[in-house]
Design a protein around this ligand. Structure first.
Ligand code: SAM
Length: 288
C-alpha cells in the first residue's frame, strides 16, 4: 500500500497553486444555474489540521498558505484573496489551524443541485475522508467512493448534468501514475469532450514528469480544445537539502476563459511571497 499521506503536505506551495486554480474554476463554472458534476479522482482526507502531528513535522504549510496569509491581503491579486478567504472560512479568529482539501473546497462552492464524487483508495485517508464529510450532511449530492479514481470516473462520464469539472491530483508515488493520468484524460475527452479537466503534477527531475504537460498539450490541441498551463517553482531542485517539492504545475483542458487573466497578477506574487531561493519563478501559457 502507498505511504503518501497528504496530511504532511497540506497547505504547501503546491496546494496553494492547485487550490487557487480550483476555486477560480469552480467560481466560474457555478455562475451558470445548470447543474455541475465535480469528479475528484484523488480526494485525500478532505480536511487537515495544520497544528497536528503530520503537518507540524513537515512544516510545509508554513512555507505555503501560512506565509501567504502574512501578506497584506488588500495587496494580493483577487484570485489569491479568494483562496485565503476560502481557507479562513474553515477557521475562527486570525489563526489558520484547519486546511480544506479539494473535497471541502468543492463542497463549499457547489450548489444543492450539483454533484460531487470523491474517490480515495487508501484505507486510512478513506476513513478520514468519510468521517470528515459526514459532518457536512450533504446527503445524496455527495458520494465518497473507496475506488481507484482513474477507473472510477468512467462510470460518471458523460455526467447526467452534461457539465463537469474533473480534478486529477494523484500523489505520483507510482511511476505508472503519469501514464494513467494521460490515459484517463484521453479516455475522458472521448466520453465527454466538453468537460473541463484539471491535472496537478509535480515538477521533479523525472522524464515522465517533464513529458506529462507536453503530452497533455498535444492531446488538447488534437482534440481542438483550449488549454492552460501554470507552473510555480519555489526553489532549485538541486539545493533542496531539506527535501520537499521544488515546483509543481496545473494543466487544464477547456479552462475558464478568464483564468489566465486572473492568474497573471497572482503568479509573480506567489513567486515573491513563497519563493525560497533565487530560482523561484513561474510560467503561464495557454492556447486554443
Ligand atoms: N486532491 C487532494 C486535495 O487537493 O486536497 C489531495 C490528494 S493527494 C495529492 C492524493 C491522494 O490520492 C492520496 O490521499 C492517496 O491515498 C490517493 N490515491 C492514490 N492512488 C489512488 C487511486 N488510484 N485512486 C484514488 N485515490 C488514490
Amino acid at each position: 500500500m502507498f505511504s503518501y499521506r497528504h496530511a504532511f503536505h497540506a497547505g504547501n506551495h503546491a496546494d496553494v497553486l492547485k487550490h487557487t486554480v480550483l476555486i477560480a474554476t469552480l467560481q466560474y463554472l457555478t455562475q451558470k444555474d445548470a447543474a455541475l458534476t465535480v469528479l475528484d479522482t484523488h480526494a485525500g482526507a478532505g480536511l487537515y489540521r495544520l497544528d497536528g502531528d503530520y503537518a507540524s513535522k513537515s512544516g510545509e504549510a508554513s512555507e505555503g498558505v501560512l506565509k501567504l496569509a502574512q501578506a497584506p491581503v488588500a495587496e494580493l491579486a483577487p484570485i489569491l484573496q479568494d483562496y485565503l478567504a476560502m481557507v479562513r472560512s474553515f477557521n475562527q479568529g486570525s489563526g489558520i489551524r484547519n486546511y480544506p482539501g479539494s473535497p471541502f473546497i468543492s463542497q463549499a462552492l457547489l450548489r444543492s443541485h450539483d454533484k460531487l464524487k470523491l474517490f480515495e483508495l487508501h484505507p486510512t485517508d478513506m476513513r478520514s475522508l468519510a468521517g470528515n464529510v459526514a459532518q457536512l450532511e450533504a446527503g445524496r449530492q455527495l458520494a465518497v467512493l473507496h475506488e481507484d479514481g482513474f477507473e472510477g470516473v468512467k462510470k460518471f462520464l458523460p455526467p447526467v448534468s452534461r457539465r463537469a469539472l474533473l480534478l486529477c491530483d494523484p500523489s505520483y508515488e507510482l511511476k505508472t501514475d503519469y501514464g494513467r493520468v494521460l490515459d484517463m484524460v484521453a479516455d475522458s475527452l472521448k466520453r465527454f469532450p466538453t468537460g473541463c479537466y484539471a491535472v496537478w503534477y509535480p515538477i521533479i527531475p523525472r522524464p515522465e514528469a517533464h513529458d506529462l504537460p507536453r503530452r497533455l498539450k498535444t492531446m488538447a490541441v488534437k482534440a481542438g480544445k483550449s488549454w492552460l498551463h501554470a507552473t510555480l517553482t519555489v526553489k532549485s531542485n538541486k539545493t533542496s537539502e531539506r527535501g520537499g517539492l521544488p515546483a509543481s504545475g496545473m494543466f487544464l483542458v477547456s479552462p475558464p476563459f478568464q483564468l489566465k487573466e486572473q492568474l497573471k497578477p497572482a503568479m509573480p506574487q506567489l513567486v515573491k511571497l513563497l519563493g525560497q531561493d533565487g530560482n523561484a519563478t513561474f510560467t503561464l501559457e495557454s492556447g486554443g
